[in-house]
Design a protein around this ligand. Structure first.
Ligand SMILES: *Cc1c(COP(=O)(O)O)cnc(C)c1O
Length: 382
């Protein structure tokens, strides 16, 4: 029989367990698949909800050559936590942020000639060398110089006084889809841009293009470095990709029963009175809600695990509480409730949560609020 464990040291009955051993195994599985191409793990958005600093420390210990983030402030948080690895900030930058990049020894993405020149001017003024990766837009239409105008950026990069161009990259918009035609086109455009270096007999900076979808199914996009995000966390970018890397998810989102009652037939449960039982039923209350990132769209849709059983969430998800229907089953105050992950031989996947909400696993993972304490398990370097 399933026996929940009770740990009275938990700061809150609701917590997110992060299996660092599993994240390490995922990173190694990705490297084995790549057969020699290095990987820059992507740690943006609180490491896809797993906790920025602990995941960065793990990846640094595992020998990741460089870490990828979206924003300056994420990178500064890592520097303040003592992370000394190279860090590339992938997102767009504003001119007033440049001194901060230089101060914290961060690698910038130069996504236009103007921005590159602003970086150069700032580095020259401060008297340091700026390190950049050039960002080419090959079809995503987000940031970067269009592939058909890229020559101006590459030319300008040769004329900078204080900039070292360490890399050049682009981003794929459909690498996780069964239809590979746009990926093929983006790859061709990227190669076309790279011919600039060959034509001038110049050494090419580190080239990178592949996100998780491309790591899984497009080896010809791997170049000198890949950028796996969600795959590092053991989750597939979509259900259309071949599962060519044996990764497993690392999260278990847990809470505990804090209240038990019998609801009589016809008595509606939670805000809006959206559900009432046809016959009396046993209902428990669990202290987690949309204020933790358990989406309100899960109201009357999700299932949770209690006592190794799948049980429906009834009524609306509140900010801090949900109700689950035991039927004729039993549960007691303090019993473990699993919202995401395994309990006994049952499992709630992030894909299931995403499907119930009508979104993608990325949004569920990154939405788990910082109010939920993270607990780190199996730290291989602890
Ligand atoms: C987020 C991001 C990635 C990682 O994407 P996944 O689909 O999670 O692998 C890679 N590169 C860039 C530029 C990104 O913004």
């Amino acid at each position: 029989m399933f026996k929940p464990q009770i740990d009275t040291q938990e700061p809150r009955p609701t917590c997110l367990e992060v299996d660092l051993g599993q994240l390490a195994a995922n990173y190694h599985a990705i490297l084995a698949h790549l057969g020699g191409v290095p990987a820059m793990p992507i740690l943006k958005a609180n490491a896809y909800g797993h906790g920025l600093v602990p995941v960065a420390k793990l990846m640094e210990h595992l020998g990741a050559p460089i870490l990828g983030l979206a924003f300056l402030e994420e990178a500064i948080a890592l520097r303040r936590a003592g992370i000394t690895s190279p860090i590339l900030v992938l997102g767009g930058i504003l001119g007033n942020q440049i001194p901060r990049f230089l101060e914290h020894d961060l690698i910038l993405s130069a996504s236009s000639v103007d921005k590159l020149q602003a970086i150069d001017a700032c580095a020259t003024a401060v008297g340091v060398r700026a390190r950049v990766h050039l960002k080419i837009d090959t079809g995503m239409e987000r940031i970067g110089v269009h592939w058909y105008s890229a020559e101006a950026l590459l030319e300008a990069s040769l004329r900078c006084a204080s900039v070292d161009v360490l890399g050049i990259f682009s981003h794929l918009s459909t690498s996780d889809e069964a239809d590979t035609s746009l990926t093929r086109l983006q790859l061709e455009r990227f190669c076309e841009v790279l011919r600039f270096y060959e034509a001038r007999s110049l050494p090419c900076p580190v080239r990178h293009l592949a996100n998780s979808g491309a790591v899984l199914q497009h080896p010809d996009t791997w170049f000198d470095l890949v950028r796996p995000g969600i795959l590092t966390y053991g989750v597939l970018p979509s259900d259309q990709v071949p599962v060519t890397v044996p990764v497993q998810p690392a999260l278990t989102w847990k809470s505990r029963v804090v209240y038990f009652k019998v609801v009589q037939a016809g008595q509606p449960v939670s805000y809006g009175a959206t559900w009432a039982p046809a016959d009396w039923t046993r209902v428990v209350t669990v202290p987690v809600g949309y204020g933790d990132g358990y989406p309100r769209a899960l109201s009357n849709r999700a299932e949770v695990l209690i006592g190794g059983q799948r049980l429906p969430v009834r009524g609306r998800v509140c900010m801090d509480q949900i109700m689950a229907d035991l039927g004729r089953g039993e549960a007691y105050n303090g019993d473990e409730v699993v919202l995401l992950g395994r309990q006994g031989d049952q499992r709630v996947t992030v894909e299931a949560l995403a499907a119930w909400v009508g979104t993608i696993p990325y949004e569920i993972l990154t939405g788990i609020n910082t109010r939920v304490p993270r607990i780190y398990l199996n730290d291989p370097f602890a």
